[in-house]
Design a protein around this ligand. Structure first.
Ligand SMILES: NC(=O)c1ccc[n+]([C@@H]2O[C@H](COP(=O)([O-])OP(=O)(O)OC[C@H]3O[C@@H](n4cnc5c(N)ncnc54)[C@H](O)[C@@H]3O)[C@@H](O)[C@H]2O)c1
Ligand SMILES: [Zn+2]
Ligand SMILES: [Zn+2]
Length: 396
């Protein structure tokens, strides 16, 4: 019997590397002959995991975490036709059947067949269908022919694995935020949040031809990281309105497009930066986006937040100034990023050196036993994207 180890959520603030079951081609009673078993080559820690680990969701103790997975196929189910043992593949964090009406139109983030509780599923995530997470040595990936992106050349892929590992989530997610905000050549963009998703979004805005990308956060190291690849920054600890800080950069107090890469754990601006104001970013982006502009919202908002300050927020009701957005005819785009819509194109952008995404988000590779430390450092606001290398396969 093969061994497996994975990162499990224990209680708020605590994760542990545990011995876990070796994956089967099944989820409970549900047979997954359409699935494969992967030996995991790289698996990243995400801000989305942090919401659970901070105790801000209803995640149960013992949940094996990890939805950002890249791996080597070591076993394929009876019904897998095109993916082969030995393929090196990127796994979209969304689990999708490829057969339902949403999958058929590319809306793989809200697949109807992979989660009995609601549309949409992911590995190792609360309310996302119970699929086992991949911050581990091995994992099962269902509907493998549909979900997996095979890298064309394994040696070339291993040489760029620090970049390619970001295709499972944050690079497509940041890019999707930019696309849905209408970013294109010459755009002036505000990106809220300089975590890995915000930084991936800012780099994507450059790839899409934006003229000016302004990134806002309250962590100086993260803002420094944004400046390292050509972004302008605003420090939200300052008691100067965001619109004024934007005017100081581009001459006018507004932008063409804005992207919320923060989500419901947002903190207030200026003197409020120490406390949480879950609707701050949504209201700020409506304030600074020009009339007729679009707003991408990859930042996560939840339907249940046990740690929220008031009863409304506990069930995801926030005080949003929708009248302002309505008056300015804003478009809003929410939800999981449908990774598959973008991952092949973004893989090519990496392989043909059109973007240095690992450098933009400052990838740091760690061993599996260092994962709990990675979670702690990330929670403290390290300007890094932690990538776990469970088998010591990533070259220096
Ligand atoms: N939609 C999707 O498919 C998808 C995929 C991946 C991640 N996410 C979500 O994207 C968000 C960002 O992920 P991450 O990994 O970068 O997380 P992160 O926690 O590392 O980054 C969030 C950043 O926002 C900053 N921040 C807090 N309040 C702010 C404010 N008012 N204005 C500007 N910045 C503020 C924080 O200081 C932090 O640096 C999370 O909510 C995550 O769950 C969504
Ligand atoms: Zn993620
Ligand atoms: Zn589906």
């Amino acid at each position: 019997m093969c061994q497996n180890h994975g990162v499990a959520y224990i209680k708020p603030g605590v994760v542990e590397v545990q011995s876990i079951e070796y994956p089967k081609l099944a989820l409970g009673d549900r047979k997954c002959e359409h699935g494969v078993i992967l030996q995991i080559v790289s698996t990243n820690i995400c801000g989305s995991d942090q919401h659970m680990v901070r105790g801000r969701t209803t995640a149960p103790a013992g949940l094996v975490l990890g939805h950002e997975i890249t791996g080597l196929v070591i076993e394929a189910g009876r019904d897998v036709e095109f993916i082969k043992v030995g393929d090196l593949v990127s796994v979209p964090f969304n689990i999708a059947c490829g057969r339902c009406r949403n999958c058929k139109v590319g809306q793989t983030g809200i697949c109807l067949n992979v989660n009995p509780a609601r549309p949409g599923a992911a590995y190792g995530y609360v309310d996302m269908g119970g699929w086992v997470g991949g911050q581990a040595e091995y994992v099962m990936v269902p509907y493998a022919d549909f979900n997996l992106l095979k890298f064309p050349d394994k040696d070339q892929a291993m040489a760029k694995i620090r970049d390619l590992t970001l295709l499972s989530d944050i690079f497509p997610t940041g890019y999707h935020g930019a696309v849905t905000a209408g970013v294109g050549p010459g755009s002036i963009v505000y990106v809220a949040g300089a975590g890995p998703v915000g930084l991936a979004c800012a780099a994507s805005c450059h790839l899409l031809g934006a003229a000016v990308v302004i990134v806002g956060d309250m962590i100086p190291e993260r803002l420094e990281q944004a400046r390292s690849f050509g972004c302008e920054t605003v420090d939200l600890r300052k008691d100067v309105a965001l619109s004024e800080q934007i005017a100081a950069i581009v001459g006018v107090p507004e932008v063409d497009c804005a992207v919320d890469c923060v989500g419901f754990e947002a903190r207030g601006h200026g003197s409020e930066a120490g406390t949480e104001h879950p609707a701050t970013v949504l209201n700020a982006v409506m304030t600074v986006t020009r009339a007729g502009g679009a707003i991408g919202i990859p930042g996560l908002y939840v339907t249940g937040d046990p740690g929220a300050k008031d009863d409304a927020a506990k069930e995801g009701s926030l005080s949003i100034r929708i009248g302002l957005g309505w008056a300015k005819s804003h478009s809003f785009y929410t939800g999981q990023c449908p990774v598959m819509k973008y991952h092949r194109q973004l893989m090519n952008a990496i392989l043909y050196d059109k973007i240095q995404i690992a450098k933009a988000v400052n990838v740091e590779v760690i061993t599996l036993d260092k994962a709990p430390q990675g979670y702690q450092d990330f929670d403290k606001g390290a300007a890094k994207k932690f990538v776990i290398d469970p088998h010591g396969m990533i070259p220096n």
